[in-house]
Design a protein around this ligand. Structure first.
Ligand SMILES: Nc1ncnc2c1ncn2[C@@H]1O[C@H](COP(=O)(O)OP(=O)(O)OP(=O)(O)O)[C@@H](O)[C@H]1O
Length: 423
C-alpha cells in the first residue's frame, strides 16, 4: 500500500460513502477548508484509489446496502483498511442512534466517529484532529525508525472469496518467521504476496533480498552469493525455485542460513524435492488463477486503468460495458500481469475514450460459436518478450538491475535483449 504522503500538498481526505449527495456537500466543505477531497462510492473503489494515492484521513460510512444499519460492510472495510495500512486514520460515520456501533468501531481501530446528521464545524474539527494525529504518528515513527522503511508494497487487491482466503492466510503467517512457499501460475501475484508477507513481518524494517533461485544456486554467481549473504538473519525471496533440478535445489539448500526466513515462489509444490520442501515449504500460500476469483479481473482492470491513466497523464473514460462483460470470462495468459499490460497498452495507445474489447485484444462475444466466447489475441513471442521487458523496465524506473531481477535475467542478458528489441 502506498503510504508516502508528500509533505507540501494539502492534506487529503477520502470519503467512502455510496451517497453522491453526501460526496458533493463534503467535497465543498473540505475544499473551502483548504483540504484535498477524494471520493469513493464503495470500499473496493477506495482500496484502488488509496493504492494510487494515500489519504491522511478516511471518512467511512458504515452502511452501504439500503436497509442495513448494523454496519457489517463498514466493519469489514474498516478491518481491510487497517490491514492494508495499520496507520490508516479512519473516522466512521454512523446513524444518529449508533452509539453502540460507534464504540464498536473505535474498539476495532477507528480513530473517531461522527454521527449523522453532523454539523459542518464539528465534522471539520474531527477531521483536523485526525490529520494532526496522523502527522504526529508519522513523526514518532520517523524518530523511532533509524533504518529506512521497506519500500511501499502495492496493495493486494481483489474481493473474491478466494482472495479473501489468501489475505487471511497472509495476515496469519506474516507476523511469524515461518518459511513460506507461494505457489500459483506465473504472473498471478506470487511475488506481490511474498512482499506483503515480508512487510507485515517483524523483519520489515530490513529490506527483503530478492533473488532468482537459479542464480542463488549457481556456484559461479558471486553476485548472488553476496546478495544471499545480506539476507542472513533477514528474509530472502527466492523466485521460481521450481526452475531448479534436484541437484540445483540441493545446492540452494546448502546456501541457506538457518536463521534466514525463506519465502519462495513456484508454480506448484510438486516440483520441489522433499528436502527443499522441508526447508522452504513449511506453509504454502496457494494463489488462485484469475479464473477462480469471481469478478476480481474487472476490479483489477479498473484499478490498472486508473493507475495507467494517472501515470501516463492520459484522460480515461473507462471500460465499455462489452469490455466489462468480456473481462469477467476471459482467461488471461500471464494472469494478472497479462491483464495489467493489456490495460496499460490500451491506455497508452488509445485515444482516451471508452476502452473497447479490441483495445485489449479481446474478440467480441459471438453467440453462434461453440468455442469459448472470448480469447485474448495471443501476441507472438517476440512481441510478448518486448512487452515484458518494457513493462519491467518501467515498473522499476528503468533500473536495469531491478528489472533484470524481476525478469529472472542477468544484467548482461537483459541488455542483450533490450538491444535486440531496440529498447
Ligand atoms: N491482487 C493483486 N492486486 C494488485 N496488483 C496485483 C495483484 N496480483 C498481481 N498484481 C500485479 O501483477 C503483476 C504481476 O504480479 P507478480 O510479479 O507478483 O506475479 P508473479 O506470480 O510473481 O509472477 P512471476 O513469478 O511470473 O514474475 C505485478 O505488477 C503485481 O503488482
Amino acid at each position: 500500500m502506498n503510504t508516502n504522503i508528500p509533505p507540501s500538498t494539502p492534506p487529503r481526505v477520502m470519503l467512502i460513502d455510496d451517497d453522491r449527495d453526501v460526496h458533493q456537500s463534503i467535497a465543498v466543505l473540505l475544499r473551502r477548508a483548504g483540504l484535498d477531497f477524494a471520493g469513493a462510492t464503495s470500499p473496493d473503489e477506495a482500496y484502488s484509489l488509496l493504492e494510487l494515492e494515500p489519504a491522511e484521513v478516511i471518512l467511512l460510512d458504515l452502511n452501504f446496502t439500503r436497509g442495513q444499519s448494523q454496519g457489517e460492510e463498514g466493519f469489514a472495510a474498516l478491518a481491510r483498511l487497517l490491514d492494508d495500512d495499520p496507520a490508516a486514520t479512519v473516522v466512521v460515520i454512523t446513524g444518529h442512534s449508533g452509539v453502540r456501533i460507534a464504540v464498536a468501531a473505535m474498539r476495532a481501530g477507528a480513530f473517531d466517529f461522527v454521527m449523522k446528521p453532523w454539523r459542518n464545524d464539528e465534522l471539520l474539527e474531527r477531521i483536523h484532529a485526525a490529520i494532526a494525529h496522523r502527522q504526529r504518528r508519522r513523526e514518532i515513527a520517523a524518530l523511532v525508525q533509524s533504518q529506512p522503511a521497506t519500500p511501499d508494497t502495492p496493495a493486494l487487491l481483489g474481493s473474491s472469496a478466494a482472495m479473501e482466503q489468501v489475505r487471511q492466510l497472509v495476515r496469519r503467517v506474516a507476523p511469524t518467521t515461518s518459511d513460506v512457499l507461494v505457489t500459483g501460475p506465473a504472473g498471478s501475484g506470487r511475488s506481490l504476496i511474498a512482499r506483503t508477507i515480508h512487510s507485515g513481518s517483524p523483519r520489515a524494517n530490513r529490506a527483503m533480498v530478492v533473488i532468482e533461485a537459479t542464480a542463488a544456486a549457481d556456484p559461479t554467481d558471486d553476485l548472488a552469493r553476496a546478495e544471499l549473504a545480506r539476507a542472513k538473519s533477514g528474509t530472502v525471496l527466492l523466485r521460481h525455485v521450481d526452475r531448479l533440478d534436484t541437484a540445483g535445489q540441493t545446492r540452494l539448500i546448502a546456501r541457506l542460513e538457518a536463521d534466514m526466513r525463506v519465502i519462495a515462489t513456484a508454480q506448484s509444490a510438486q516440483a520441489l524435492s522433499p528436502a527443499l520442501r522441508a526447508r522452504a515449504g513449511t506453509i504454502e500460500v496457494a494463489v488462485p488463477p484469475l479464473a477462480a476469483r469471481e469478478d476480481d479481473a474487472l476490479l483489477l482492470a479498473r484499478h490498472f486503468l486508473r493507475r495507467a491513466a494517472r501515470q501516463h497523464g492520459r484522460p480515461f473514460e473507462g471500460l465499455s460495458p462489452e469490455t466489462e462483460a468480456l473481462l469477467k470470462i476471459t482467461p488471461w495468459p500471464d494472469e494478472v500481469r497479462g491483464l495489467e499490460q493489456a490495460i496499460e497498452r490500451a491506455v497508452v495507445l488509445g485515444d482516451g475514450g471508452l476502452i473497447g474489447p479490441a483495445d485489449l485484444g479481446l474478440k467480441p462475444e459471438r453467440s453462434d460459436e461453440q468455442t469459448p466466447a472470448a480469447q485474448p489475441v495471443m501476441l507472438n513471442l517476440q512481441q510478448s518478450e518486448r512487452g515484458l521487458i518494457e513493462a519491467a523496465l518501467k515498473r522499476n524506473g528503468f533500473n536495469i538491475s531491478h528489472a533484470a531481477e524481476e525478469l529472472g535475467l542477468s544484467r548482461a542478458a537483459l541488455y542483450r535483449r533490450m538491444a535486440k528489441h531496440g529498447l
